[in-house]
Design a protein around this ligand. Structure first.
Ligand SMILES: [Zn+2]
Length: 335
């Protein structure tokens, strides 16, 4: 999945978090146990028994106590869909949720996962994918937000971790703003203005820079796989990862150089047709375009936890900066 382009730097972060092109580091599916310094970096929360401010882990008195400190909730919006030969079906839900947990450790807000599946009709050619209609997704999240509002939460940050949910997420945000006392934003969009500074700060502190991919690298490619190697390391099986054989319809294949060069018009036209359900007859479902389910031709074995760490930390840092700014612009308790 991918989210919309925020920055080159973190384009997949949220967005599927896919991202930069990275150095050739051994991608190892590490166990959750603490690892020596020489091992790949790992999401520090992945082995936690109970994560602070993570709703499913909390008791009601803990939620009541948190309400005294914040009215903000991050809601990950994920998917259950194929992620190539090597990635788990839950990649988008899990990566989005892990990012949300990391953000909540740095700025005191609730993380409330609601649904695992999202809108993924164009991945149905691979076993295991579950797709829900935009209407169903919107209804479930909206009703969940109504419950949280009843308890006193007021501000909602929807963290969309799957490109296919982008329009639905925007609609949920608008419904919350138009129809309830709550106020909502899409966190990827909100963090956007802080991404470049967050990335530069990470590099200044010694983070390795990973150049932009020179080839097409989207769904479950190097950027997204790197995020998974950092966020959910023991669920990625790099032993079976391989570069996909891609077969795009010829007119879309012809647009690829401009798409890779980030020509905005080419990207708009390309994505309007690409990644659509098989039933549309466009021949752009992943099952029709890729033999593994990965949508891209970058060498997946170059994905690394090191790249995932930089992508994740950049997005987490930018998100925290936005949340802190929102807390200042509109203090809690103002009605
Ligand atoms: Zn994904």
């Amino acid at each position: 999945m991918k989210r919309a382009d925020r920055l080159n730097v973190a384009r997949a972060m949220a967005v599927g978090l896919a991202g930069l092109a990275w150095a050739n580091t051994m991608a190892v599916a590490a166990p959750a146990s603490p690892s020596p310094a020489a091992d790949p970096p790992t999401n520090p929360l992945w082995s936690e028994q109970k994560v602070r401010n993570y709703l499913p882990d909390m008791s009601w008195p803990e939620v009541e106590d948190l309400l005294k400190r914040t009215d903000m909730v991050i809601i990950p919006v994920g998917s259950l869909e194929e992620h190539g030969l090597h990635g788990p079906i839950g990649t988008d839900f899990l990566n989005g949720t892990e990012q949300a947990k990391l953000i909540a450790q740095k700025t005191d807000v609730l993380v409330a996962p609601i649904l695992m599946p999202g809108n993924s009709p164009y991945h149905m050619g691979f076993p295991g994918t579950i797709t829900l209609s935009a209407e169903t997704i919107e209804k479930v999240y909206f009703e969940a937000v109504q419950s949280l509002i009843k308890h006193g939460f007021r501000r909602f940050l929807l963290l969309n971790a799957h490109g296919g949910n982008a329009a639905t997420t925007r609609f949920i945000v608008d419904r919350i703003n138009q129809e309830t006392p709550g106020v909502a934003v899409e966190l990827g969009e909100a963090a956007g203005p802080f991404m470049s500074g967050a990335y530069k700060a990470a590099v200044a502190k010694g983070a390795k820079e990973f150049p932009e991919p020179k080839v097409f690298d989207r769904h479950s490619g190097v950027g997204e796989t790197s995020d998974s190697l950092y966020l959910i390391p023991n669920l990625v099986n790099m032993k079976v990862a391989r570069t996909a054989k891609m077969t795009l319809p010829p007119h879309l294949q012809a647009m690829l150089p401009q798409v890779i060069a980030k020509d905005r018009t080419a990207n708009l036209v390309f994505l309007a047709e690409a990644l659509k359900a098989k039933e549309t007859g466009k021949h752009t479902s992943t099952g029709e375009m890729s033999d593994t389910g990965v949508w891209g031709v970058a060498d997946i074995t170059t994905a690394s936890a090191a790249q995932g760490k930089v992508q994740t930390e950049t997005f987490v840092d930018a998100s925290v900066q936005f949340i802190e700014a929102w807390k200042k612009l509109r203090p809690m308790g103002v009605n």
